[in-house]
Design a protein around this ligand. Structure first.
Ligand SMILES: [Zn+2]
Length: 235
């Protein structure tokens, strides 16, 4: 159930069922010329809502809509927060739920930038060390990439074939007509103040063959895999 839509008393009842709290961390981030800024939120939220249909004791939290961004941080539409803020928000949300009796968590981020991932995982590790709670932390992007139809496609990344297809399956009305092709431009070990030059076209990949059908298959695959993880590790 969605935490935002239930009452205080229903929440207290739900906690007695030893629920798994699902905390989606999304982003407000430029995603090429064709995808909405909330792309990294709608993908994991769809998965969270699908999981909610498969379990009777999930607490789906309102998503966090901001993340840590480097290569897209100067692009129009990206709203970035700092590493420390991200780490604190993740830790604080888990801690507040723990104080209400929740002991199992799935923290799922749609954005998968390395600094962002580290901030979230540092918070999860500290929380687990301090409380002994069970926490799964992942990006659904890593799971999606393993789908047999997209595994091993070279050069697909930010706002590419995979993400375009997944967002088309979830909210086609938000996806623009363009099907761009973009290359990630590697600058090696150079530290860049204008890291957006790594995405000269604003994306990495060839979106020509993106489709809602592919996206739907990938989204369901991600839900299947994470359902398995929850059943194996949390319930
Ligand atoms: Zn994305």
């Amino acid at each position: 159930m969605k935490v935002a839509e239930i009452t205080r008393d229903k929440f207290a009842e739900a906690v007695k069922m030893d629920p798994v709290a699902v905390f989606v961390i999304g982003a407000t981030e430029a995603h090429g010329p064709h995808l909405p800024l909330n792309s990294d939120t709608v993908q994991p939220m769809w998965v969270a809502e699908e999981l909610d249909r498969r379990f009777d004791n999930l607490l789906i939290l309102p998503p966090m809509n901001y993340g840590v961004h480097s290569s897209t941080r100067n692009m129009p539409g990206t709203v970035a927060i700092t590493f420390d803020t991200m780490r604190s928000v993740t830790y604080d949300v888990l801690t507040s739920l723990f104080e209400k009796g929740v002991k199992k968590f799935l923290v799922m981020t749609g954005h998968a930038g390395s600094a962002h991932m580290t901030a979230c995982s540092e918070a999860c590790k500290r929380f687990v060390r301090e409380t002994g709670c069970k926490v799964i932390f992942l990006t659904d992007y890593d799971v999606a990439e393993e789908h047999p139809d997209v595994r091993g496609i070279k050069g697909d990344g930010h706002a590419g074939l995979l993400e375009t297809s997944r967002v088309m399956a979830i909210c086609p009305e938000l996806v623009g007509q363009a099907r761009p092709i973009g290359l990630y431009s590697d600058h090696g070990f150079l530290v860049l103040a204008n890291a957006e030059i790594c995405f000269p076209e604003g994306l990495a990949g060839d979106t020509t063959d993106a489709s809602a059908e592919l996206g739907d298959a990938v989204n369901r695959y991600v839900a299947d895999k994470i359902e398995e993880m929850i059943r194996n590790d949390l319930v």
